[in-house]
Design a protein around this ligand. Structure first.
Ligand SMILES: [Zn+2]
Length: 278
């Protein structure tokens, strides 16, 4: 790193001069991800941590690459000795760029829950976490201390794949439900990563292209549209100030499953439609 130019210091947590001082002269080693953060590791230890927030984009450019196609809102520009540039671009600037020392980074990472795509994240481990909480499972999934990296879109989608209602208390999900949720979470995240992410409006990949997972969303943002599994119109409910989307047939309300299917009041009031299974 030869130069750090801070155009908008409101994406930093400390003065621009401090960030520049801690970054200049460093060499980038491994680049990875932890939870919702891009982790740019320095060879000498420590990391540059980037959280994209709502509208952030991290745009790397090689020495001979043309300038990015879209005129953006650069907030931080980092230049390297070989002529390459890394721009953190953020229209609304809810994102965050930080430089952490090795110890600070270890402590920060330890405060985050397990990575759902990690080999060590088994259904049993998910079950242990869920069993300790009476929170609604959607809130549990969004809590970065319990599981890392799941946001509102992938919480809604994985709960739909798992056929679990978002308000179900975490500890009331049975063994089968835990295994479905484990499978749902990992499959949704893998599919979304393969598609380059979900672009509803602002998100771009590091190559500056929109992700294509939005076209494969089953319930998120689909209020009133048919569930891809059973064609029942998708519902939107709001709790903790966030919308959750669900299929009222595939994801019965907590407690509803205890009623037997042929009890007089047991079936949902949408019975004229034939049962669809997928
Ligand atoms: Zn459905």
């Amino acid at each position: 790193v030869t130069d750090v130019e801070v155009i908008h210091a409101d994406v930093l947590r400390e003065p621009a001069a401090a960030v520049a001082r801690k970054t200049r002269g460093r060499t980038v080693g491994e680049v990875g991800r932890r939870g919702k953060n891009v982790v740019v590791g320095f060879e000498s230890g420590g990391v540059l941590l980037v959280n994209l927030g709502m509208t952030g984009r991290l745009l790397p450019r090689g020495p001979t690459d043309p300038p990015p196609p879209e005129a953006g809102h650069p907030a931080v520009r980092i230049r390297f000795g070989d002529g390459s540039v890394l721009v953190y671009d953020d229209t609304r600037r809810f994102g965050m760029v930080e430089v952490l020392g090795p110890g600070e980074w270890i402590a920060r990472s330890a405060g985050l829950g397990p990575e759902p795509l990690d080999d060590t994240f088994t259904a049993a481990r998910l079950g242990e976490g869920l069993a300790r909480s009476r929170s609604p499972v959607r809130s549990w999934l969004l809590d970065q201390r319990r599981i890392a990296g799941v946001g509102n879109i992938y919480a809604s989608e994985s709960l739909h794949r798992a056929r679990i209602h978002p308000l179900t208390p975490a500890r009331e999900i049975d063994g089968k439900g835990v295994r479905r949720l484990h499978r749902g979470l990992r499959s949704v995240l893998r599919d979304a990563i393969e598609a380059g992410g979900t672009t509803l409006r602002d998100y771009r990949t590091a190559a500056g292209r929109p992700g294509t997972f939005a076209s494969r969303l089953a319930v998120y943002g689909k209020e009133g549209e048919p569930c891809p599994r059973c064609s029942t119109p998708v519902d939107r409910i709001v709790f903790s100030n966030r919308s959750a989307f669900l299929c009222p047939r595939c994801q019965p309300e907590p407690g509803a499953a205890e009623r037997t299917p042929d009890a007089p009041d047991g079936s949902p009031d949408r019975g004229s439609r034939p049962e669809g299974r997928g």
